[in-house]
Write a protein that binds this ligand. Structure first.
Ligand code: DX5
Ligand code: ZN
Length: 228
């Protein structure tokens, strides 16, 4: 299975919980502390009841010198117009919520054509049947373990069964697809989440809310290693 070696288990700090006044330094700090990719939450006050950052901030991080992959999580509707903007701004992954797009298959194709990796995101109550006909067009499946819009919420336990189900789908599909989880991930539940099948772990408040990012990320990685 894709996530069964430690190099394939990625920690993705969500910059939603970073100090935005010092964003470049905060991103450098988590990368130096062992983070594998930068999770970039885009909220539009329409698809979700919150408003955050757009392509200009992604571009600013690239100009500042960030070379790690940037994992853009679009919580916006409509989706398509922003795909090109984020690709031009240096995004590596672009994920969106299928019900927020009129034509999810087209959006997936747009993302890959723009040179990025494509992702589909599922809210806790979103049916996984959106995956039925697009497994060959998806590079990442992101399961939300909270309802999107805010950091610092509690992990919804039903996500564990959903992860196990999607892990099986991915393994049976034969495609190389990452399985990411987002919301309420912490040092003390990450082992269980890894065991359920995730290989990419978004954590915002659990990393940026601690004093020593390196200790927190190392603890997360050793928790994951213990179940691999
Ligand atoms: C929520 C965002 C998450 C959020 C996670 O809508 O998609 O990425 O930052 O925050 P924590 O890890 O604090 O639950
Ligand atoms: Zn997110």
């Amino acid at each position: 299975m894709w996530g069964n070696t430690m190099e394939n288990n990625w920690i993705a700090p969500s910059i939603l919980s970073a100090d935005f006044a010092r964003l470049g330094e905060e991103v450098d700090a988590v990368l130096n502390a062992g983070a594998d990719l930068v999770h970039f939450d885009v909220m539009d006050n329409h698809y979700v009841p919150n408003l955050t950052i757009g392509p200009m901030v992604c571009e600013a991080l690239r100009s500042y010198g960030v070379e790690a992959p940037i994992d853009v999580h679009l919580m916006v509707s409509p989706v398509d117009r922003l795909v090109g903007d984020f690709a031009d701004a240096g995004a590596s992954y672009i994920s969106f919520h299928p019900e927020a797009s009129d034509h999810p298959d087209r959006t997936l194709q747009l993302i890959r054509k723009a040179g990025c990796k494509s992702g589909l995101v599922f809210n806790p109550a979103t049916p996984l049947s959106w995956l039925d006909h697009v497994m060959d067009k998806v590079d990442m499946i992101l399961l939300m373990s909270v309802n999107p819009g805010f950091g610092g919420q509690s992990f919804i336990d039903a996500t564990l069964n959903k992860l196990t189900y999607v892990r099986k789908l991915i393994d049976e599909s034969g495609h190389k697809i990452r399985l990411e989880v987002d919301g309420g991930v912490k040092v003390d539940n990450i082992a269980q989440i890894a065991a359920a099948g995730a290989d990419t772990f978004v954590a915002g408040s659990a990393i940026f809310g601690t004093q020593d990012y390196k200790t927190t990320i190392s603890r997360m990685k050793s928790e994951i290693a213990a179940v691999r």
